[in-house]
Design a protein around this ligand. Structure first.
Ligand code: NI
Length: 463
């Protein structure tokens, strides 16, 4: 495969992949097709993009494979537009350097390559890190991906990895992959909305791709595209509130977290002999895994272990596996910062009284998002603000001209919930009011208030 022209090797007629979001995904480069054909990339077909969200939005079964191809396609369109309309003429004109083409396409395609099954929950229990694993898959000589990238040039794997970890010197390249409006987000909002079957996430991608431009060594947007960008920000806000932070999906995630934790406990405790060895999970249960162990995992392996665990002897493991396999999410109550300590104590006491081990049947989950932020000189973790360029080349920040974006800017939104088995709630609901103790009244009141009082519910979104 090694030849000096490999980087520029292209098909006389481009290949296409049919995609419900972008119609066709166009592949012209041999390098891109070779990357898609690697075992590490094909593995993404077996990992769902949204984890437990499909328990709420049953259509959301799409995979990290679909999304990765989608981000590549959005990037391909942006790059093609930049190369045609804004090619750099002199070294310091701040326009687009077409020599970055293959690099941005590879980085877009591979940006999520380190994700595993139920990444976020898995990471919390087994100390993996999908960002570090993305870097490792790209830079370790043992992977097929590394071999393809090395054939472009010996330093190419490191360059691709540096774009994804945001250290690459050309800021335009980095911003196209990760910023407040990047190819990754443009694809996942449209794709997740499509598969979830909701209309919140939609925005005018065609228009955004027309108005996005390199400007003064940064990425900016034509002023005339302000409403398209505004719509994207609003869509993003709505997707987080309505889909990504859905309390039921999080209720399934809490079960999964307890299930992994219990499996680990059973595995490490010699008294609790497990009937099924779960051999592919063993290195993680023992805390001694390597990259190849990680690459063997996928959603299907996990779900077959969950089914095996239904037949184990440990009643907690069996119960949690049953709840996950058969979609029995934990219920939740929303809490404010002032109430949290009191409600937490009340819930723990009640769980113990009802015979549940709070280590596995109680959890806290807070989900917050900042829909948009402008540049703040004194903040340590600053976001690159979205800038619009007028016809006379003046630069304005988005929130100063969009009242809609201004209303969302700088405000963290989300909620804080306490999770517990739904049986506890049914028990309290069926207890005559005069027999309820103080804790029980408090828990029921929190649950009823959230479900009956709209103003209370809306206020909780804003912390
Ligand atoms: Ni992504």
């Amino acid at each position: 495969m090694k030849d000096s022209n490999y980087a520029s090797k292209s098909f006389s007629r481009e290949k296409v992949f049919r995609d419900p979001v972008h119609d066709y995904i166009h592949v012209k480069d041999q390098v891109i097709l070779d990357l898609i054909d690697t075992s590490e990339f094909q593995r993404l077909r077996r990992i769902k993009q949204l984890g437990t969200s499909s328990y709420t939005f049953h259509g959301a079964e799409h995979t990290r494979f679909n999304h990765s191809l989608g981000v590549y396609e959005v990037m391909r369109r942006i790059e093609s537009n930049f190369s045609r309309n804004y090619p750099s003429q002199t070294e310091h004109d701040g326009l687009w350097d077409s020599q970055e083409r293959l690099l941005v396409l590879c980085a877009a395609l591979l940006h999520d390559i380190g994700h595993g099954p139920f990444s976020h929950t898995f990471e919390g229990i087994f100390n993996t890190d999908h960002e570090l694993l993305t870097q490792a898959i790209i830079t370790s000589p043992e992977t097929e991906i590394n071999k393809v990238l090395r054939s472009v040039s010996p330093d190419f794997p490191e360059l691709v990895a540096s774009v994804i970890n945001k250290t690459y010197p050309n800021k335009q390249v980095v911003q196209l992959i990760s910023s407040q409006i990047d190819a990754d987000r443009m694809d996942y909002l449209l794709r997740d909305a499509y598969y979830a079957g909701v209309s919140y996430g939609t925005f005018d991608l065609t228009r955004i791709l027309r108005v996005i431009r390199p400007f003064n060594h940064q990425i900016a947007f034509d002023y005339s595209g302000m409403h398209a960008v505004e719509d994207y920000i609003v869509s993003r806000y709505q997707m987080y509130m309505q889909v990504y932070f859905h309390p039921v999906s999080r209720g399934m995630e809490q079960i999964l977290q307890s299930l992994f934790a219990r499996a680990k406990e059973c595995y490490l405790n010699a008294d609790m002999h497990m009937k099924h060895p779960a051999s592919l999970l063993k290195p993680f249960l023992e805390g001694n895994w390597d990259l190849q162990d990680y690459l063997r995992l996928d959603d299907h392996i996990m779900s077959s272990y969950f089914t095996h665990w239904l037949a184990e002897d440990d009643p907690i493991l069996v119960d949690l596996a049953y709840r996950f396999v058969n979609r029995k999410p934990f219920k939740s109550i929303i809490v404010t910062k002032d109430e949290v300590v009191q409600l937490k104590t009340a819930l723990m006491d009640e769980l113990v009284r009802a015979g549940y081990d709070p280590d596995y049947y109680f959890s806290e989950n807070s989900s917050y998002d900042l829909p948009y932020d402008y540049y703040r000189p004194y903040n340590t973790s600053n976001k690159t603000q979205i800038e619009l360029v007028t016809k006379t080349n003046q630069v304005v920040e988005l929130a100063t001209v969009s009242p809609l974006v201004n209303a969302l800017a700088g405000k963290v939104r989300g909620d804080y919930r306490l999770y517990f088995p739904k049986e506890l709630l049914s028990e309290l609901e069926n207890t005559p009011a005069d027999e309820l103790n103080e804790n029980q009244i408090m828990i029921l009141a929190a649950y009823v208030t959230e479900h009956n009082d709209v103003t209370h519910h809306i206020q909780q979104w804003l912390f």
